[in-house]
Design a protein around this ligand. Structure first.
Ligand SMILES: [Zn+2]
Ligand SMILES: [Zn+2]
Length: 307
C-alpha cells in the first residue's frame, strides 16, 4: 500500500496513484521515468478526462434516478430529448476544458502550487486543514459569483454562457453542460486557490469531488435545504430560478454575494410558484376538466360504461 507520506512528499496524489497502480505496471515502457514532463502531461490528460467523466456519470445518474422529480419533464420548457442533449454537450465540452485544466495541474505536479502532503507542512496543523476547507468554499463562492455575473454581460452571454441556459428546466445532467470556455472560466477559482493559499492534497481531492457533486445538486430540482438555511444556501431552488429568470441568483454555495450584488431573488418555489407547482396546477386543471366532462355526460343521460 502506498503511504500518504510518500505521495505527499513527491507528486500529485492522483497522478502518483495512477502511476503506481496502472501506468507504470501496465501502460508505459519501464524506461520512461515517472517524472518526465511529457509523460506527466499525457497521464494528467487521461486521468483528468476519465475522472471528470466518472464523477459526472456516477453522481448525475444517481441524482437523476433517485432525487430528480421526473414529473418535471412534463413542463412546457423541458426540451425534446433534453437529457441526451445535456449529456452530449457535456461529453463534447469536457476534453476541451481539460486542456487548460491539465496545464494548471501540471504546474501543481511540478511543485509551483502551495499544495502540501503532510500535516506537519500545514501552517496551523489540523486546524489549518479545517480552516482551508472553509476558506476554499468562501473564496471560490465569491469568485464564481463575479465570473458568472460577467458571463451574463450582453457582449459575452450569447457566445459563451447561453448554451448552459438552453436548459430552463434543468436535470442533473445539465450540471456540466457548458461551452468549454464557460466551463473552464467557472472552474478557474478552484484551480487558482492552491496557488494562492496552502492546501492539503487530500483536502483538495475531497473538495474537488464535493464541488462537482454540489454542481449536480443545484440542478436536481429537489429543494432539500433545511428551512433555517433556505435563504442562506444557494440551493437548487435558487439555481432553478437562475435558469428561468437569468438575472438572479448567480451564486454557487451561498446567497451572500447575490444579496450584496443586488441580484438575490427569493426562489419562486418558496412562494408556491415554481416549476413543480406549475405542473401540479396543470394536472389539477386537467383532472377537474375531465371530471366536469364526465358530469356533463352523466347529466345528459350517457352511461359512464360507454366512456
Ligand atoms: Zn447563468
Ligand atoms: Zn446551471
Amino acid at each position: 500500500m502506498l503511504s500518504l507520506c510518500y505521495i505527499g512528499a513527491t507528486m500529485d496524489l492522483v497522478l502518483n496513484a495512477a502511476d503506481y497502480y496502472f501506468f507504470t505496471p501496465y501502460a508505459y515502457p519501464a524506461t520512461w521515468p515517472e517524472d518526465e514532463p511529457f509523460r506527466q502531461i499525457t497521464s494528467l490528460l487521461l486521468v483528468t478526462n476519465l475522472g471528470a467523466l466518472v464523477l459526472y456519470f456516477l453522481f448525475a445518474t444517481l441524482s437523476y434516478y433517485f432525487i430528480f422529480d421526473h414529473n418535471l419533464k412534463k413542463h412546457p420548457h423541458f426540451l425534446e430529448n433534453q437529457v441526451q442533449r445535456e449529456i452530449k454537450a457535456t461529453v463534447q465540452s469536457l476534453p476541451w476544458i481539460s486542456l487548460p485544466t491539465v496545464a494548471l495541474f501540471f504546474a501543481e505536479v511540478r511543485g509551483y502550487s502551495k499544495l502540501y502532503g503532510n500535516i506537519e507542512d500545514s501552517p496551523y496543523g489540523w486546524s489549518g486543514v479545517i480552516l482551508s476547507m472553509f476558506s476554499f468554499i468562501f473564496f471560490t463562492d465569491m469568485c464564481i459569483y463575479w465570473i458568472h455575473r460577467f458571463l451574463h454581460h450582453k457582449l459575452i452571454y450569447k457566445r459563451i454562457h447561453k448554451p448552459h441556459h438552453l436548459w430552463k428546466i434543468a436535470t442533473p445532467f445539465a450540471s456540466h453542460a457548458f461551452h468549454p470556455v464557460d466551463g473552464f472560466m467557472q472552474s478557474i477559482p478552484y484551480h487558482i486557490y492552491p496557488f494562492l493559499f496552502p492546501l492539503h492534497k487530500v483536502t483538495y481531492l475531497v473538495l474537488y469531488i464535493f464541488v462537482n457533486v454540489w454542481s449536480i445538486s443545484i440542478h436536481d430540482g429537489a429543494y432539500l435545504v433545511p428551512d433555517v438555511l433556505k435563504h442562506v444556501i444557494n440551493g437548487s431552488a435558487h439555481h432553478t430560478d437562475h435558469h428561468i429568470y437569468f438575472d438572479y441568483n448567480y451564486g454557487q454555495y451561498f446567497t451572500f454575494w447575490d444579496k450584496i450584488g443586488g441580484s438575490y431573488k427569493s426562489p419562486s418555489s418558496f412562494e408556491g410558484k415554481g416549476p413543480h407547482d406549475y405542473i401540479k396546477k396543470q394536472r389539477e386543471e386537467w383532472s377537474s376538466r375531465q371530471n366536469g366532462h364526465m358530469d356533463e355526460k352523466l347529466l345528459n343521460g350517457d352511461s359512464p360504461k360507454n366512456e
